[in-house]
Write a protein that binds this ligand. Structure first.
Ligand code: GOI
Length: 500
């Protein structure tokens, strides 16, 4: 019944749409990027390192999540115990980066290598490993961009409540301070958190990812509250204790799709698009870049629904005055991970009743994909290049901060070396980024392709491949082979853009 209604709405939306406000086949812009533009690839510790129990490393929630058969949700029962073996092959990885001619590399640090129990004693061998990686990069003039947290929380901290425990802001503060102290003489570009939206939704709403909790409408709001508090504490530590001597920048990376209104001339549709953006980006960016508070539209909708559901208090927490001050203006740049877009339109008012109040993210906006949009291996990834340009323009206008695209990429199942679809994806997304810079004046300062290597794609195991390099996971030596897309990006970087 609900399916039928949803189908009919979708049909109406289609019927209402005469000419879409976008084109899938746009001419390329032939122009170059600013000369100081950062070009790189990105990876994350659990997805590439392996060495899961070596040299004193503690367990992370991904070690335990992948080992727990009751989760049963990792493709083929895969795990990251060996992954790309970058724990041993980092010099080879740097060689690949050097061959590509990138001037930056984004990687993450495994908290449980540095602090096996999450707090307390530091593991020198963990420090040594990242010193080696950083020094190897600098040898080739590759600027390290370090993500402090890319989802592999020490299990010892999960045992104390993880991101649900407000104390975590102090654990994260202490961990970050160690990194700034040990590596900050050479690392000048820090990303506190990777995609807190995913930590909240996949980790605590639908349980797809570690720690695998399912508390829709409740847990994600508590978790995000603590993620934002934690981010702000790390930012303040850097600026109070290290900035003067080290002079780097610290920011956060948020993930967002672009939400294209079905009918761009209908103000209700445009409002639906902005509502989606506020629930996905504004949830974090409004407190951090605007005023220390959650977006008005979230406050109003979640407060109202919480009341209608009989809660004594809103499910969306409030920051104290003191917290707001600490959070406001706590990011030197806007890190954006972007892959895909959706079409949106408002749920017809007549369809909204207390009985249909959704628990998940609380917004009354319908989302779907254009049937003509080409899809990657990942079910959620549709190829919609113009979405990147529109999203960059929106972020630029809304938050007015330098933007780094810290991830963007395409997946297939095969890992074929002549990866024409990936080349198409990169060519058109990067060209749309160029249009955002040159035609819309967006302040975009860098771009990182996801990913340097085929790697452990979380719940999808090794089945969905995002790499610019093929990795043979059946060979214990984990050999890497460049795909055609590597050549494409190498030339683009070498040309500083698109030559006619
Ligand atoms: C990066 O996240 C990440 O940083 C890297 O580590 C990673 O390797 C890389 O991406 C590549 O994945 C159709 C609510 C099916 C619940 C549509 C809403 C499933 C589940 C749309 C929305 C979406 C990139 C999972 C950002 C999480 C994958 C965010 C991309 C699952 C869906 C949904 C859907 C949904 N997302 N992630 N999902």
């Amino acid at each position: 019944m609900i399916r039928t209604v949803a189908f009919l709405c979708l049909f109406c939306a289609y019927a209402a749409m005469s000419e879409p406000n976008y084109s899938l086949e746009e001419p390329l812009l032939y122009d170059t990027f600013p000369s100081d533009f950062l070009w790189g690839t990105a990876t994350a510790s659990y997805q590439i390192e392996g060495g899961w129990n070596e040299d004193g490393k503690g367990l992370s929630i991904w070690d335990t999540f992948t080992a727990d058969p009751t989760n049963g949700n990792i493709a083929n029962g895969d795990n990251g115990q060996v992954a790309c073996d970058s724990y041993h092959k980092y010099k080879e990885d740097v060689q690949l980066l050097h061959n590509m001619g990138v001037n930056s590399y984004r990687f993450s640090i495994a908290w449980s290598r540095i602090l096996p129990r999450g707090t307390g004693e530091v593991n020198q061998k963990g420090i040594d490993y990242y010193n080696n990686v950083i020094n190897e990069l600098l040898l080739y003039n590759i600027t390290p961009a370090v993500t402090i947290y890319h989802w592999d929380l020490p299990q010892a901290l999960q045992d104390r409540g993880g991101w649900l425990n407000p104390e975590i802001a102090y654990w994260f503060e202490d961990y970050s301070r160690i990194l700034f102290k040990e590596f900050g003489d050479r690392v000048k570009f820090w990303i506190t958190l990777n995609e807190p939206w995913v930590v909240a939704i996949a980790g605590h709403t639908n349980g797809e990812m570690a720690p695998g909790l399912r508390g829709p409408g409740i847990l994600e709001y508590k978790v995000v509250h603590n993620l934002i508090r934690s981010h702000a504490k790390a930012y303040r530590v850097y600026h109070n204790e290290f900035y003067q001597s080290q002079g780097g920048e610290v920011g956060i990376t948020l993930n967002s799709d672009w939400f294209e209104p079905v009918n761009a001339t209908d103000p209700d549709h445009v409002e639906a698009s902005v509502t989606k953006l506020q629930f996905m980006i504004g949830w974090f960016a409004h407190p951090i870049f605007v005023n220390g508070k959650y977006p008005e539209v979230m406050r109003q909708k979640i407060d109202a629904k919480s009341a209608a559901q009989g809660f004594a208090e809103s499910r969306l927490p409030q920051f104290t005055e003191e917290e707001s001050l600490e959070i406001m203006n706590s990011s030197d740049f806007f890190g954006l991970n972007h892959y895909t877009s959706s079409l949106v339109y408002p749920t017809p008012k007549s369809d909204i009743s207390p009985a249909t109040i959704s628990w998940f993210t609380d917004d009354d906006v319908n989302e779907y994909q254009d049937a003509k949009w080409y899809k990657a291996a990942s079910s959620w990834l549709k190829v919609v290049p113009f979405g990147l340009r529109r999203l960059l323009k929106w972020i630029d206008e809304t938050y007015q901060k330098p933007i780094y695209v810290t991830e963007n990429g395409f997946s297939d199942f095969i890992g074929n070396l002549d990866d024409m679809q990936r080349i198409y994806y990169y060519k058109h997304y990067i060209n749309q980024m160029l249009k955002a810079i040159k035609l819309d004046g967006a302040n975009v300062k860098g771009y990182y392709a996801w990913s340097l290597l085929d790697n452990f794609e979380w719940a999808k195991g090794y089945t969905e491949k995002f790499g610019l390099h093929y990795v043979d996971f059946n060979d214990p030596a984990r050999p890497r082979t460049p795909k055609e897309s590597t050549k494409f990006i190498t030339k683009l970087i070498n040309d500083h853009g698109f030559l006619p």
